[in-house]
Design a protein around this ligand. Sequence first.
Ligand code: NAP
Ligand code: SF4
Length: 665
Amino acid sequence: MTHPLYPHLLEPIRLGSLTLRNRVVMGSMHTGIEDHPWDIDKLAAFYAERARGGTGLIITGGFSPTKHGWLKPFASEMSTRMQAMRQRTVTGAVHDEGGAIALQVLHAGRYAFHPLSQGASNRKSPITPFRPSAMSSKEVDATATAFAKSVALARKGGYDAVEIMGSEGYLINQFLAARTNDRDDQWGGSSARRMHFPVEIVRRARELVGDDFPIVYRISLLDLVEDGQSWEETVELALHLQDAGVTVLNTGIGWHEARVPTIITQVPRGAWVEHTARLKQYVDVPVCASNRINTPELAEEIIASGKADLVSMARPLLADPFFVAKATDERADEINTCIACNQACLDHVFENKRASCLVNPRACHETELVLMPTLRKKTVAVVGAGPAGLAAATSAAERGFGVSLFEKAPEIGGQFRLAMAVPGKEDFAETLRYFGRRLEVLGVDVRLGTEVTPADLAAYDEVIVATGVEPRLPEIEGIDHPSVVSYADVLSGRVVPGKRVAVIGAGGIGVDVSHWLTHVEEDLDDWMAHWGVGDPVLHRGGLAEPKPRESAREVTLVQRKSTPIGIGLGKTSGWAHRAVLKQSGIVQVNGATYDRIDDAGLHVTVDGEQRVIECDTVVVCAGQESVRSLYDDLGRGHLIGGADVAAELDAKRAIDQGTRVVAAL
Ligand code: NAP
Ligand code: SF4
């Protein structure tokens, strides 16, 4: 029977010997768990939950065919029979839940974070400290064989398919681009010879596993780096790979060192799908779209319109393992949507920590953070409906406690609501939609516009205080001048700032507010033009001359620290925020001392020199202070979120803490 809402997305598809129950692919994402053989049960539980949630095909994080290709020392590898057999725990768990799983074979090449790294040449990458050694011709040949062997071993380990990682700037991609391949042997020197390596890998793998075993190849559609592949070369490669025996072409966008954001929140949803659609016209094998696809509606539209045959979503399935099941049951409004923040997934992996998810702290902690149903019918009061309070209230209700949630404001969300107003962070609204719906479904007694006293809470068995924060007002002479407003006034729309603005404080919020102040409405074409993304048919690697941004206001962003502005922002997204500041002509002043604010503007001293930043409005983004008088008066209960620690307040910590406090009740 065809599904009334997502008939194309939920339609089965046959890939060689494998029939997928739907078109949803959980794209490969390194979690850090796969690197520890002793954590195999955690890895199995992580994937099994996604299989139980209805995902069509799961693709694992990358496993290297050789030790040279490890992402970091002793990272996941698939080169021995013992390694393959160990994987049966994972594949068995997924199969028990009716799912299918593919192993990704990835050789890091010059992106490896260890001294054994090898590349097509010895050119160092800008994102790792290790210079690779250039492979000899014999070593390249042996590596192609090692890839093929990994594919065969994956099948032995019970995998239903494999994905060969040919994009994002890893080894195979490095062979394909003149940028990183200056060889003059049979593996380089011309575009035809640069293609030899991936084609040979697929050919040898196909020879080992026979005709029917599905081989997915992730092809780089746009390299987004200088001296990347031309569109003509990309199409030619796709046709060669098809002849060599790939079953599916998954599509990747941009190298890790590219200076164009490809997956973070500010990338418009579905931004890259047209390139997948274009490739699809040339090939007969199914193609899979990826990057910034996070709702079943968009995924359905992509397949229904014939732009792709499958849709890959990696982070959305970290955020909600039951994404497909909820779509199938027509409960898409209950999906915990990935907001593309990278804060707990990619940022963790790049910091060598286990991945998780800002909106779902159970991700990758399935066996450890368990919300056990309770037999004790306790009552729980949660005060404050920001991220911490929302996580606590919904988790407590999920466990079976009787929960009341009190919120002083007329709506849920707290400080998180302000983030939704920042250009490119519109998806943050999805988190509040999710929590709002979850409160309804779980029957939490929600009392908005209600300020409580300790007496109101006396009857509850447990009290969780999540009263959040208030913006800090620094002690600067003239801080009560009429030109001074807080970031909350600006982002909530309570005040309209003038044309010349000084921003005090350059943390995450100061940077976001500066973006808000300068932002001029843009469509997808403008977005691409500002980031210098051009038609790949005309521009090699898809890189064109960036179009300058207009700016709605003259903004000066000031901080006291002498470190570069924005240096403390997220590892995988901070650089893009810093680039926007530059593109928007925002003047950045660091190492400042605030002298006073008056009719002339903001007076500062920098390097011993006094100056005035002339402005109509001064926006204060100087961090927050905890609001915890209720907790102090109460003398009991659990204090969480910004009310607990205001410094470095963030939604990731708040949601995690709210969930963990309840798990331990
Ligand atoms: P924050 O990161 O703590 O930054 C506030 C800044 O204000 C500090 O960097 C500090 O810089 C300055 N400041 C502190 N006390 C001051 C004082 N008394 N007088 C003048 N300046 C003072 O706080 P936030 O920007 O409000 O952000 C809060 C949290 O939201 C962040 O920690 C982050 O987790 C989250 N967030 C993240 C992002 C992102 O990653 N893109 C975006 C938005 C929010 P100086 O001392 O150098 O002046
Ligand atoms: Fe998505 Fe952010 Fe969760 Fe990563 S941490 S999966 S980007 S919501």
